[in-house]
Design a protein around this ligand. Sequence first.
Ligand code: ADP
Ligand code: MG
Length: 247
Amino acid sequence: MNADYIIQANNLQKHFDGGEIKALDGVTASIRKGEVVVVIGPSGSGKSTFLRCLNLLELPTGGQVLFEGVDITAKSADINLHRQKMGMVFQHFNLFPHMTILKNMTLAPVKLLKKSQADAESQALKLLERVGLADRAGAYPSQLSGGQKQRIAIVRALCMDPEVMLFDEPTSALDPEMVGEVLEVMKELAKEGMTMVVVTHEMGFAREVADRVIFMADGKIVEEGSPEKIFTAPEQGRTKEFLAKVL
Ligand code: ADP
Ligand code: MG
């Protein structure tokens, strides 16, 4: 274990269909506290599976995940406890449709972290203010735009006081004019020192915000490095080929 790292994935494997599909085929990666890591790669390369294995939404079929030095893939690990420390934001906002925004944000902190309703609400309102949505606390998700819903999904995750935030293509389902407002919230979060692992096709965001870019293909990390290196001097053929298509 290395104390500088908040997450260490060692030789992670995730096989489906009895090993026929190797969604992850030996991924080793470490995330430092405060680091922003952007994961890029073609569709089907294992990016979502990688994120989902980090917080054990998927159980790896091989390898380990250490979170703050603790092997959370061990049988004895308290999965729920560790999962609470990793906020996750999905492509589709996953807000509860029948609850107000405020209720969406206070439910888990009250239930799982045993915060008082009053404390949870005051924290939620502060976060809503930060993303310019304080006046929407009493609204229902269906009354919000996609960009607003995704900003809410981000601050809802923050209500759990996570150590790490995982983002899986948070802007891919948005109309183009709403992408910027969501990326802006993510940039702010990065500036404040949040540890973030972000799967995205937004190469501008990757260049500007990432400390490190990981390129995946076929369930493996093909290449990683600073945005400068990956975007201007990629070494691997697969990386060059991918970037030629998306840049
Ligand atoms: P990405 O997010 O990079 O598009 P995924 O992690 O979603 O890639 O998928 C990686 C590979 O694993 C793909 O071939 C996908 O079809 C396969 N896969 C993902 N989830 C499942 C599942 N639940 N059952 C079977 N195959 C899956
Ligand atoms: Mg995916």
